[in-house]
Design a binder for this molecule. Structure first.
Ligand code: HEC
Ligand code: HEC
Length: 453
């Protein structure tokens, strides 16, 4: 315990100047003692967005978010898939949701949570490409700049090194194809497998008849219903404001947040899990699911916003997958259009936040797994026992990464731990360690109330 805690204390220690180095051993001893009691040795004051009353526009957005009249079925609203009782994630365990006019049209991807999107950066390939001006560098140029650049290996021991990688990052949806919450609303409103609202004119007509029509005129002017595209644009703006303003989208009320602030103790299992999550030779999870607060006390979001190809197995529960020629390639299509030629990105999907992940029953972009146990078993055994997850071909060979066409399987990450194993290697996490990591993931659930002592 002592040595392990020491390694973690070093990880948690802020950078020390030479002058402070002399005091290091005393400080690290104290840190170890606190850690052994389950306490955060370096508590921070988290900078949490203040809960303010909703603006009038956001209040309208809330009404629209829950309005089933906007869907073709008359029974579906944003909240049907992004359930407020489930951290704005899917309410059940099916891999994809059913939508459309009779709520029978299956979707193609798992429903992500809408929590913690307020800091999602716009889609870029590599950071800081604005060159100090406000003119964004065109995507084609970003691709050229990134071409041939070597990517640093992602390690939980130096998570910020990977931040400089010229790799795709940011954006909304599993493939980053929308940049803002307003832009994004377009998708579900019209998507035939979702709300299937029809044309802008049809949606605008429903808005004009809605109980909130007076709000539209008051907020956006008496002419707001003259131009259907404008009407819908204002509705999308309002829903986006609701998602940004309402504190229920970013409560930061998990046990992990309380622990970061030094207000609660981890149980021994949670502490071990946290350590395994951060250990570059074990879970290495924090290499991509960043868990350290920012320099100004920004609470960690458990994602680095980057894209990765993990090679999740093909999910037979997705109706589209019955067609053997259909592949969801993430960044390079079919739902995202402007990176189709960039084959080096095929198979890459956005790293999701792990906040509230223990409340989900559907995991990964294709909803392939239904429990954290299954997810962790796959992470640890993907390369050691691929036969447990992937089918065999006619010749009896296991077809690893079978949800990608053969020519893109080389895009899958096989360098970052825990994906750097071979058959016969020891597992990155033992069974007991998997239990501990799951215990830690449980501390990321919002609504934690410390037990009374
Ligand atoms: C039928 C289920 C369904 C309905 C209804 C629905 N969504 Fe979604 N939503 C999804 C799915 C599935 C995705 C992921 C799609 C993808 O990545 O291509 C998604 C993605 C999103 C995202 C991006 C989240 C992220 O992490 O990048 C936002 C924001 C969003 N939806 C908002 C809304 C709003 C607002 C509404 C109502 C206008 C709505 N959704 C209605 C299923 C639904
Ligand atoms: C190299 C980066 C990387 C590392 C390391 C990593 N993840 Fe992930 N994680 C991702 C990406 C990317 C996805 C989404 C992949 C997809 O859907 O195709 C993901 C998805 C997940 C999901 C599913 C979340 C959801 O909402 O569907 C869980 C749970 C998860 N990771 C936990 C972990 C744990 C625990 C570890 C450590 C054992 C870990 N990850 C290590 C990149 C990483």
């Amino acid at each position: 315990m002592r040595r392990r805690a020491g390694a973690l204390a070093a990880l948690l220690l802020p950078t020390l100047s030479a002058a402070h180095a002399a005091g290091l051993s005393a400080a690290s001893l104290r840190a170890e003692r606190l850690l052994e009691q389950g306490l955060n040795p370096h508590p921070v004051k988290l900078r949490i967005p203040p809960a303010r009353p909703l603006s009038a526009v956001a209040q309208l957005g809330r009404k629209l978010f829950y309005d089933t009249a906007l869907s073709a079925s008359g029974r579906m609203s944003c909240a049907s898939c992004h359930s407020p009782a489930h951290a704005y994630g899917p309410p059940g365990a099916s891999s994809v949701m059913l939508g459309g006019p009779r709520l029978r049209t299956p979707g193609v991807r798992a429903v992500p949570s809408l929590r913690y999107l307020y800091r999602q950066p716009p889609f870029t390939i590599g950071p800081d490409l604005q060159n100090g001006t406000d003119v964004p560098v065109p995507l084609a140029r970003q691709v050229r700049l990134a071409a041939g650049r070597r990517r640093v290996r992602k390690s939980a021991g130096r998570p910020l090194a990977a931040a400089a990688n010229l790799v795709p990052q940011g954006g909304l949806f599993w493939d980053g194809r929308a940049n803002t919450l307003e832009q994004q609303v377009n998708g579900p409103l019209y998507n035939p497998a979702e709300m299937d609202g029809g044309t802008p004119a049809q949606v605008a007509a429903k808005l004009r008849r809605g109980p909130y029509a007076a709000d539209f005129r008051r907020l956006f002017g008496l002419n707001v219903f003259d131009n259907p595209r404008l009407t819908v644009a204002e509705a999308m703006f309002a829903i986006g404001r609701f998602e940004l303003e309402d504190a229920s989208f970013h409560p930061f009320s998990s046990k992990f947040d309380a622990w970061l602030e030094g207000r609660v103790r981890f149980t021994p299992a949670e502490l071990r899990g946290y350590e395994l999550f951060n250990d570059p030779r074990k879970g290495n999870c924090a290499a991509c699911h960043l868990d350290q607060p920012g320099p100004l006390g920004e609470p960690p979001l458990l994602t680095d916003f980057q894209y990765e190809a993990l090679g999740v197995p093909r999910n037979p529960a997705i109706a589209a997958n019955r067609n053997p020629h259909y592949y969801d390639l993430g960044l390079c299509g079919p739902y995202r259009a402007n990176l189709r030629a960039q084959k080096q990105y095929c198979g890459m999907f956005l790293t999701p936040s792990l906040r509230n992940v223990a409340t989900r029953h559907v995991f990964f972009h294709n909803g392939m797994f239904h429990s954290l146990q299954q997810v962790l078993e796959w992470y640890v055994n993907r390369d050691r026992h691929p036969g447990r997850f992937y089918p065999r071909n006619a010749a009896g060979r296991v077809v690893k990464f079978n949800d990608l066409p053969p020519q893109y399987r080389g895009n899958v990450d096989t360098v970052d731990a825990p994906f750097n194993r071979r058959p016969g290697d020891p597992p990155a996490l033992t069974r007991a360690e998997i239990r501990d990591v799951i215990a830690f993931l449980g501390t990321l659930t919002d609504g934690y109330r410390p037990a009374l002592r």
